[in-house]
Design a protein around this ligand. Sequence first.
Ligand code: PLP
Length: 396
Amino acid sequence: MQLAQRLNRISEPQTIKMAKLGRELKAQGADIIDLSLGEPDFKTPAHICRAAAEAMEAGFTKYTPVVGYPELRQAIADKLKRDNGLSYTIDEIIVSTGAKQCLANAVLSIVNPGDEVIIPTPYWVTYSALVQLAEGTVKFIDCYIDTDYKLTADKLEAAISPATKLFIFSSPCNPTGSVYSKAELMALAEVFKCHPHVAIISDEIYEYINYVGKHESIAQFPELRDRVMVVNGMSKGFAMTGWRLGYMAGPKEIVQACEKMQGQFTSATSSITQRASIAALTGDLTPTHTMTASFKQRRDFVIGELQKMPGVEINMPEGAFYAFANISSFFGKTDGTTVINNDEDMSMYLLHTAHISTVNGTAFGNENCIRISFATSMEKLQEAMIRMAKALAALK
Ligand SMILES: Cc1ncc(COP(=O)(O)O)c(C=O)c1O
């Protein structure tokens, strides 16, 4: 069978590949600590699970409108008002099978072959893959630790061209944990104001996992409102990765385009998940805040340990649950068996010698780093940091 050429434009996400490799080694008996996947280790809060059970009993088991139940979209509109000060009507909101599908819908609805899409690096793996599927051209803007891996207005200004159609970023950021402040977003907004042909996808899936205070959205600037798509979802803040619900708020015509796309691909996401998500969005946020407090404790521990490891350079993540460690000072070194020439060698070395699974930074557009997820128990993190320190110290 000759497979379609479009498959050559994308590859399996490194995050999933590393988790798979870790599982294979585990099956062979190795004691692997998985720090590769972006998944809270907590259970979904009980009141959300109860709402799902009640929904099934009440018969919410049929197809729903493609864009999601109106009650759910109203709950999302209320949440956007309550938490973000953003005003959206329910026909400016679409619910999808995960934030990932929102992103796919939006990119495929906006990008024509040859259109330029700007993505600041480090970035989440799926953004560029989606642009490549849409046959767009990705223009990366490299950002480094000196600006906490955040994009500055001057770099953005220099990158925008007449061919630029779209800009995609996340705050809090996967993989760096960087959080844009209101002032930083305002500086970017000033640039976008001068370039009305550029649409913006603002991925805010880690909104609730924020260690510095209030989440800020670039959609708050009125001049940008008619071209910003806010993407968010249940996976991270409510520990609902397996339930598959994301949502997007944006201009009505984009929402309608996404509805058309989604209507052919998947229709709506699960009716039961949608009912449970109403309970999550309108219910008590204490479990979410408790999880975030735990992530903060783990962040402080992991970053503290990484800072103690000679040769590792690390920023302080202000959100999400990843440490993005620069390990390039080890390139060219060896433990006597394995030579570390790049980030992939490092993640493989850590997997095979320390039995910790991480993801190489190239997958996120930075070849000097590895991503370490701290969304796992303190016990596992403590053991993982001991093993990592030992493995790095053995490199001469
Ligand atoms: C930055 C970012 N956006 C979107 C997603 C996708 O989330 P969902 O599970 O809702 O598809 C992820 C998941 O890892 C993510 O890290």
